[in-house]
Design a protein around this ligand. Structure first.
Ligand code: ZN
Length: 331
């Protein structure tokens, strides 16, 4: 369930309770925005973490998401209320290095179970893209960080690509780890968490197969994207991602970079410049126009909104596959 729907149902329950429809009050706990219900309360940092928590947790969890639908997650700032909610939760599920503000809040929060998805699979450095991801947040906050054991790897951390959820295989590895953490933190419901996780990893395995089959034989292996979110996906399926903007979707490409991309489009038979739903498509459209290319949406799944091409992770990934098949000339 997405946050918007949860919010609406919360209002509905409140209104119903106000006119005395007490039979609905049992729903109020799972509609609560606070991280302190009789369920296993999980605070998720952004959509891909929310989806894992909801799929694996099923009826036993109350999931609150820090990044609202439509909000670009990289530069998230947390409110005092959100930070307080985190302190009341049973568990927090996040992906270290993607959102510096979340990393800092988790570091300071008194939560029993902290699940860092970045530790549940192997992150890589996809380098060779123009980016300064996290640097504008990095310096001062990291200098002030008290976790000295992490300080030495600060530079390496910044070089690691956090967009790991876009590889269904790595996302399934994270799902396994989340299930194990839920089982440990809430042993009464361990059997259900395991069962739900198995169902999810089966869906992700099917998605992986669809990608493998769909992208096995294509005219070109190169695709252009707005920001470098698809490095893991490209690597998994033997493709080459050329990112206009690097890892940070808000940055602007240099004129030299634009020229380079235009030349490469010609050389590699690139047909399409992909953009995404949560950030401006201006650069992608300008590049496409200048180079005579098409544009289409490739969704990095950093949030689900009404504009998303599908209402959950699996559906959007399936629509991404269709878009890639068309752009790459799949046979
Ligand atoms: Zn991103």
């Amino acid at each position: 369930m997405n946050v918007r729907r949860r919010h609406i149902s919360g209002i509905a329950v409140t209104a119903a309770a106000a006119v005395g429809l007490g039979t609905l009050s049992a729903c109020s706990s799972d509609s609560s925005a606070a991280g302190n219900t009789d369920k296993f309360d999980v605070v998720a940092s952004f959509y891909p973490m929310q989806y894992l928590a909801e799929q694996i947790g099923g009826d036993h969890v109350n999931v609150t998401t820090l990044t609202q639908p439509g909000q670009e997650p990289h530069d998230l700032e947390l409110s005092a209320k959100q930070t307080a909610q985190m302190g009341e939760a049973d568990a927090v599920l996040y992906l270290k290095t993607l959102q510096p503000a979340v990393d800092e809040a988790v570091g300071q929060a008194d939560v029993k179970t902290k699940i860092d998805a970045a530790t549940l699979t192997k992150l890589k450095d996809h380098g060779s893209v123009e980016h300064d991801h996290g640097h504008d947040h990095g310096g001062e906050e990291h200098a002030a960080e008290e976790h000295s054991e992490e300080a030495h790897s600060e530079e390496e951390e910044h070089a690691l690509d956090p967009h790991v959820w876009l590889d269904p295989v790595k996302y399934a590895e994270i799902a396994e780890g989340v299930a194990t953490a839920f089982e440990k933190a809430d042993p009464d419901n361990a059997a259900d968490y395991r069962k739900n996780a198995d169902a999810l990893t089966k869906k992700l395995a099917d998605l992986d197969t669809a990608y493998k089959d769909g992208l096995a034989n294509t005219d070109t292996k190169v695709f252009f994207t707005n920001h470098a979110a698809f490095g893991y996906l490209a690597e998994r399926y033997g493709l080459t991602q050329e990112a206009i903007n690097g890892l940070d979707p808000e940055s602007e490409p240099s004129p030299a970079r634009i020229k380079e991309l235009q030349d490469e489009a010609k050389a590699d038979g690139v047909t399409t410049v992909f953009y995404e739903t949560l950030v401006s498509d201006k650069t992608a459209k300008t590049l496409a126009k200048d180079a005579g290319l098409k544009t289409d949406v490739l969704d990095p799944l950093e949030g689900i909104t009404d504009k998303s091409k599908g209402d959950d992770y699996i559906a959007v990934m399936e629509s991404n596959l269709k878009a890639l098949e068309a752009a790459l000339g799949a046979k």
